[in-house]
Design a protein around this ligand. Structure first.
Ligand code: SF4
Ligand code: SF4
Length: 296
């Protein structure tokens, strides 16, 4: 819902967050980089108890992490954060060397009870395996989906195995991209159910961009109210729009070559979309080596 993707604006974001909490959602995942902390903060300001908040930072050093956490506390309008992750942990095992200062700071803040748990958000099988063996990481936020889309260094089976290993080591786990950035919407129920059945998984983070999507998701998760019973049955790709995380695009042009409809082109070494030509077929998404193409 944030400025980097659907950019709904503060009012609509707050409306969705408030409605979600009223209907029983008690776990919200945000990040410094998503720029959605202030929206969630508007809600938390008036109602903090009973809500679990996870956020994340790309910080590498002690000092950078101290600044990030301070900013998060301010934006989230709270005096503690339940889960704080190192964001985008992709390079293993070097990450624990390169970002040791940031990890140390999070553990220090945990001692001070400003943070309740220290985590890593990752798309990488090796990171999950390595984190399972460390005492300074409590929670893992892991990319997985039944199609294996977006896993940087392995297969779905290898990620499932790593998740099970981490769970047996006592780590808390929740997952992202169960719908593969919208690409699995045609298989919505089975894709979500598949992720929810994984051993060791406590929660599935699902992005929503409207009250209707919220209700559809809550219906899938078993909420029975007149609103969820009457909501139209499925979130479809037709309601979505293709989005490229341009900031991270390297301009490799693999997606441009993969599109059968001439809907993608390069401009200034960044992939761009001609929405008039795009039929949302999803062919391009699996071709991006960085998993930057999503349906939002
Ligand atoms: S979704 Fe299909 S039509 Fe749209 S850009 Fe990707 S490959 Fe092309
Ligand atoms: S495949 Fe990914 S990185 Fe390459 S141009 Fe397309 S969006 Fe950018």
């Amino acid at each position: 819902m944030g400025p980097l993707q659907s950019d709904l604006g503060e009012e609509r974001c707050l409306e969705i967050i408030t409605r979600a909490a009223e209907l029983g959602v008690n776990f919200f995942d945000t990040a410094e980089g998503y720029k959605t902390q202030p929206y969630l903060g508007k809600y938390l300001k008036n109602k903090r108890s009973g809500i679990v908040v996870a956020t994340k930072s790309h910080a590498k050093t002690d000092d950078e992490m101290a600044v990030s956490v301070e900013k998060s506390l301010l934006e989230l309008q709270t005096d503690y954060i339940d889960i704080y992750h190192l964001h985008s942990v992709r390079d293993c095992p070097k990450v624990f060397e390169e970002r040791k200062g940031a990890l140390r700071k999070l553990n220090q803040l945990k001692q001070e009870q400003i943070i309740k748990a220290v985590g890593l958000a990752t798309h990488n099988v090796k990171v999950v395996n390595a984190a399972a063996e460390r005492d300074d990481v409590d929670i893992l936020f892991v990319l997985i989906n039944k199609a294996g889309m977006g896993i940087v260094d392995g297969t779905t089976a290898e990620m499932v195995e790593a998740i099970e290993k981490a769970a047996h080591a006592g780590k808390g786990l929740y997952v992202m991209k169960a719908l593969a950035g919208g690409n699995l919407l045609p298989d919505y129920h089975e894709a979500l159910s598949w992720a929810r059945r994984l051993e060791g998984i406590s929660s599935v983070a699902v992005g929503v961009v409207s009250i209707k999507e919220l209700l559809q998701n809550l219906k899938h998760f078993g909420l029975k109210t007149p609103e969820t019973e009457n909501v139209s049955p499925d979130i479809t790709i037709k309601e979505k729009k293709l989005h490229i995380l341009e900031r991270l695009c390297t301009g490799c042009a693999t997606c441009v070559e993969a599109c059968p409809n001439n809907a993608l082109f390069l401009e200034g070494e960044k992939a761009k979309i001609n929405h008039e030509n795009c039929i949302l077929c999803g062919y391009c998404s699996p071709h991006c080596p960085l998993f930057l193409i999503r349906m939002v």
